[in-house]
Design a binder for this molecule. Structure first.
Ligand code: 13P
Length: 244
């Protein structure tokens, strides 16, 4: 049971179309019934849905974020890319950066730092993902990896309040596995000591079953949720269970 102000962030990854947005009516009704300031709900849909979703959610407390952005703060000849200014102009308030699915396809700490810098400059808040691989966990170098990702990713970023760090171990994403409670508590504490001022969330296989354990980790500030955020009833039940 918690009474803490928590973030629940839905990362829809490459799922959803215009029809999917209708399913959010349930979530909108749910948030309207809840006492204000209890939690913050943020949806990060694919880029194609940011603008219509921001319009749908205009009169609600739910906010919208993007899943990545280009590092340039200006327009430019970058086919297929979108920068943070463009995201902000269609209603995004947040952007997820450094997600392991993008790190695995070649994003370096340096590139992630450039993206974070541009996003903050454009007025977005950043959901900065960090995490170790399974082999790094087995080698017991998790803290070393996280320290490096934080140091390089947040290089010269002064206002840590605009950064929400999401600790997402690669091996926990989509696998049904989560860290042990004691391990997770210790890791979150460690991340907070390295990035003072930032909120720290957990992501990786958060679901209706394990939320009962995860909610006991009282240094967590919320959750970044993939698969389980795509069905509105599941997402609502995860939030309800966190506060029960
Ligand atoms: P799952 O919740 O589907 O494991 O995804 C986690 C994630 O990658 C959120 O960014």
């Amino acid at each position: 049971m918690t009474n803490k102000y928590m973030y629940f962030i839905a990362n829809w990854k490459m799922f959803g179309d215009l029809r999917t947005l209708n399913t959010l009516n349930k979530v909108i009704i749910f948030t309207k019934k809840i006492k204000k300031n209890k939690f913050k709900l943020i949806y990060c849909p694919p880029s194609t849905l940011i603008c219509p979703l921001a319009k749908t959610l205009k009169k609600t407390s739910i906010e919208v974020g993007a899943q990545n952005c280009h590092e340039s703060e200006n327009y430019g000849p970058y086919t297929g890319q979108i920068n943070s200014k463009m995201l902000k102009s269609v209603g995004a308030k947040y952007v997820i950066l450094g997600h392991s699915e993008n790190r695995l396809s070649g994003e370096s700490d340096k590139l992630i730092n450039l993206k974070i810098t541009a996003a903050i400059k454009a007025g977005l808040k950043v959901i900065f993902c960090i995490g170790e691989s399974l082999s790094e966990k087995r080698k017991k170098v998790t803290k070393k990896i996280l320290a490096k990702q934080i140091k390089n990713g947040l290089n010269k970023i002064k206002n840590k309040k605009r950064i929400l760090i999401a600790y997402e171990p690669f091996w926990a994403i989509g696998s049904g596995l989560i860290p042990k409670e004691s391990e997770l508590f210790e890791t979150i504490d460690y991340i907070k000591s390295k990035a003072r001022g930032s909120k720290v969330l957990y992501g990786g296989s958060v679901n209706l079953k394990n939320i009962n354990n995860l909610k006991n980790i009282n240094n967590l500030d919320g959750f970044l949720i993939g698969g389980a955020s795509q069905v509105s009833n599941n997402f609502i039940d995860i939030i309800k269970k966190t506060y029960n």
